[in-house]
Design a protein around this ligand. Structure first.
Ligand code: KG4
Ligand code: ZN
Length: 333
C-alpha cells in the first residue's frame, strides 16, 4: 500500500504544504506573504498571523492536488526549527493536532537539513558523502553530508547570510524586499563594472556585513558626484553586487572541495535560485570535474516538499516524535 506523507513548512514568511508518496512529490503548494514588502523585511507578528490564515487552505490544496484526503495520510512532517518562533508555533501546533486527530506518526524536521534533502525530491540523487552550500535569507553554510542523518558543519557565516547581503544591498538601491530575485533579474542586463572588496576570512567561514557597508560608502560617494547614479547604472550596480557575492560563495565551496577531496557538490536554499551562482558553478564543475547538483527552482526557496522528503527518510528509519516536541527558533544543521 502506498504511503502518503504530508509536509508542512512555516519557518519564516511562506506557508507551504506538500504531499510525498513512494519517492515522488505529488503536490507542493505555497502561500507567499507579499504583505512584508511594504516594511522592507519580514515582520514576525504579521508573519505568524498570516500563517494562521493560510495553513488550512494550503494543506487542503496540497491534499486536493495530490488527489487524496487527510484519511489517506501515513504521517505528517513539519519544520521544528530554526526559524521565527511565532511562525514555527503555527505549523508545529497544526501538524501535531492533525496527526493526533488522525492517529498517525509525526516528525519534526530541521529546516536546514531539509533544504539539503530537497535534492532527494527528484532523481538524480547525489551519492553520499557530498558537500552542500546552503545559502538562504538566514543562513550561509558549507555542510558535509554523509547520510540523511549525518551533517558536519564545515563553515558558516560569522554575521549576515548571503541572502541578507542581497536583500540589504537591494534596500540601499531602493529595491523591494526580498531584493535577491530582483538583483538577479536586473543584473542580466548589466556588467560587473564596479569592484567591491571581498572579506578576508580564514578557513571555510564567511562574512557579508563588510560588503554591505562597502556598498553603502561607494553609493554615497558616487551620489555626491551624480545624484542620478543609482537610476542611471542600476543594472551594472546589481551585476557588480551579485558577482561579488557569487565569487565569495564559489571561492569557499571550491576550497571545501579541495580540502575534503569531495567532488560531489550541491547547492540549496533561496540564493541557490540565483542564475549567476548556478552558471558560475557549472563552469567550475567542468574545470574541476565536480558532479554538480542544482535543485529545481521550486525546491530552492522555502517549500514543504523538502520537509516531506526529510520526513520520509526519518519514517523509513522508524524515527518519529512524541507530543513533547516543540518549535526551536535556534537549531543548528
Ligand atoms: O531559503 P529561503 O526561501 O528562506 C530562508 O530560509 O531564508 O531564502 C530566501 C532568500 C532571500 O534572501 C532572497 O532574497 C534570496 O533567498 N533569493 C535570491 C534569489 N531568489 C531568492 N537571492 C539571489 N538571487 C535569487 N534569484
Ligand atoms: Zn529556508
Amino acid at each position: 500500500m502506498s504511503k502518503y506523507i504530508l509536509g508542512i513548512e512555516s519557518s519564516c514568511d511562506d506557508t507551504s504544504a506538500a504531499v510525498w508518496s513512494d519517492g515522488k512529490i505529488l503536490s507542493n503548494c505555497i502561500a507567499n506573504q507579499a504583505i512584508h514588502a511594504q516594511y522592507g523585511g519580514v515582520v514576525p507578528e504579521v508573519a505568524s498571523r498570516a500563517h494562521q490564515q493560510n495553513i488550512l487552505p494550503v494543506v487542503q490544496e496540497a491534499l486536493n492536488q495530490a488527489g487524496i484526503t487527510k484519511h489517506d495520510l501515513s504521517a505528517i512532517a513539519f519544520t521544528k526549527g530554526p526559524g521565527l518562533i511565532g511562525s514555527l508555533i503555527v505549523g508545529v501546533s497544526f501538524a501535531k493536532s492533525l496527526a493526533m486527530a488522525l492517529d498517525i506518526p509525526f516528525i519534526g524536521v530541521n529546516h536546514m537539513q531539509a533544504h539539503i534533502m530537497a535534492h532527494f525530491a527528484e532523481q538524480p540523487y547525489p551519492e553520499f558523502p557530498f558537500l552542500c552550500l546552503t545559502v538562504s535569507g538566514g543562513h550561509t553554510q558549507i555542510v558535509k553530508v554523509s547520510s540523511p542523518f549525518e551533517y558536519e558543519l564545515l563553515g558558516e557565516t560569522l554575521d549576515d547570510a548571503a541572502g541578507e547581503a542581497f536583500d540589504k544591498s537591494g534596500k540601499l538601491l531602493g529595491l523591494d524586499y526580498p531584493a535577491g530575485p530582483l538583483i538577479d533579474q536586473l543584473a542580466q542586463s548589466g556588467k560587473p563594472a564596479y569592484e567591491f572588496s571581498k572579506p578576508k576570512i580564514q578557513g571555510l567561514n564567511f562574512s557579508f556585513s563588510g560588503l554591505k557597508t562597502g556598498i553603502l560608502y561607494f553609493l554615497q560617494k558616487e551620489m555626491k558626484k551624480d545624484s542620478g547614479f543609482i537610476q542611471n547604472n542600476l543594472n551594472d550596480i546589481c551585476a557588480s553586487i551579485q558577482d561579488t557575492i557569487v565569487q565569495i560563495l564559489v571561492g569557499k565551496i571550491s576550497r571545501a572541495s579541495r580540502e575534503t577531496g569531495i567532488k560531489r557538490i550541491a547547492i540549496a536554499g533561496g540564493v541557490s535560485a540565483n542564475s549567476h551562482l548556478r552558471s558560475t558553478l557549472q563552469v567550475k564543475a567542468k574545470k574541476h570535474h565536480w558532479e554538480l547538483f542544482i535543485p529545481k527552482f521550486e525546491y530552492c526557496t522555502d517549500n514543504a516538499a523538502m520537509i516531506a522528503v526529510a520526513g520520509a527518510f526519518a519514517l523509513e528509519e522508524g524515527r518519529s516524535d512524541d507530543q513533547k516536541i516543540e518549535p526551536i527558533a535556534r537549531l543548528s544543521v
